[in-house]
Write a protein that binds this ligand. Structure first.
Ligand code: PBG
Length: 315
């Protein structure tokens, strides 16, 4: 591999979907090779990940259907699923960087990312920001190092920063899902997190790729930085490599790219059909994201790719 593209296990952030219960490790139908873990089995899997040199993870809570409600209360209750997972990881492996996704879509029955006004389909902005801030506080209290608001609610980064500072969590950092497009490539994730919107779509709050030019995407990133984001993100990665490149040029904050579920599933499906060599295709894709300018790559390929990098380095 070229010495100029420093793809290494330390660039990767590996996503975990966490469910209630014990000894659960369930493969997701539309998402081959990706599992939902209960906290205990996740810790076992994480041990293997650490041996491969990947030390950063992002946690997504997948609550039971009966825990979902209009207030998304399971998202921010003390000692909830993600808080327990974060706490268990920090206890077992204190050197792991734990990031948590802060969004309400898996916690509401309607599957939208915020709280809706009673009897209406429109967002209740204040209630949404309060819930997101409370969710971030619950994760921070459990030991999360980074919280990552992904609801695309205006002022979400500022709301989290203010709440964390007031609550005594000044050192908890924020990764903004800053330029997040209303993409076709989130399908397997929505299956994994059971968070598909039950009506409408996400174009009201995620960026519309038919209307958003590079300057507008950069404005979104600048807004997150002004609100206090310590790291910014472009999501998805592959259709937006140009935005990654421009963001790297324009801003000095660490930059993450999210190689999303549909991008992963395309590679897997093609490999199953014999269209390409999976390992080579994955390395090509990850090199491209890195070359575009991402400092960190959130990817479901991270574990396998770290294994391949280790093999090829002869370690
Ligand atoms: C929650 C969220 C989504 C993803 C990450 N956080 C789904 C969405 O916005 O619909 C998708 C990630 C992926 O596809 O891997 N808002």
């Amino acid at each position: 591999m070229s010495a100029h593209i420093s793809l290494a296990a330390s660039c990767f952030i590996f996503p975990y979907f966490i469910v209630e219960g014990r000894r659960r490790r369930e493969e997701i139908r539309s998402f081959p090779g990706v599992f939902r873990f209960s906290v205990d089995t996740m810790l076992g899997d994480l041990e293997a990940l650490l041996r491969l040199g990947v030390r950063k993870i992002i946690l997504f809570g997948v609550p039971d259907a009966r825990q979902k409600n209009d207030e998304a209360s399971a998202a921010y209750e003390e000692g909830n699923l993600v808080a327990r997972a974060a706490g268990a990881v920090k206890k077992a492996f204190p050197h792991v960087t734990v990031m948590t996704d802060v969004c309400l879509c898996a916690y509401t029955r309607h599957g939208h990312c915020g709280i809706l006004k009673k009897g209406k389909g429109s967002a209740d902005k204040r209630a949404t920001l309060e819930a997101l801030a409370a969710m971030a506080m619950t994760h921070a209290a459990a030991g999360a190092d980074w919280v990552a608001p992904s609801a695309m609610a205006k002022q979400q980064v500022a709301a989290l920063r203010e709440a964390l500072d007031k609550g005594g969590y000044r050192r908890t950092e924020i990764m903004g899902y800053s330029a997040k497009f209303a993409s076709n490539f989130y399908g397997p994730f929505r299956d994994a997190a059971s968070c598909s919107p039950q009506f409408g779509d996400r174009r009201a709050y995620q960026l519309d790729y038919t209307k958003t030019d590079t300057a507008m995407a950069l404005d979104e990133i600048a807004a997150d930085i002004n609100e206090g984001a310590d790291m910014v993100m472009v999501k998805p990665a592959l259709c937006y490599l140009d935005i990654i490149r421009e963001a790297k040029r324009a801003f000095s904050k660490p930059l993450a790219a999210y190689n999303v579920s549909g991008e992963y599933a395309m590679v897997k499906s093609g490999a199953r059909l014999g269209l390409w060599d999976e390992k080579k295709a994955v390395v090509e894709i990850l090199c491209a994201i890195k070359r575009a300018g991402a400092d960190f790559i959130i990817s479901y390929h991270a574990k396998e790719a770290a294994g391949w990098l280790k093999e090829s380095s002869g370690a």
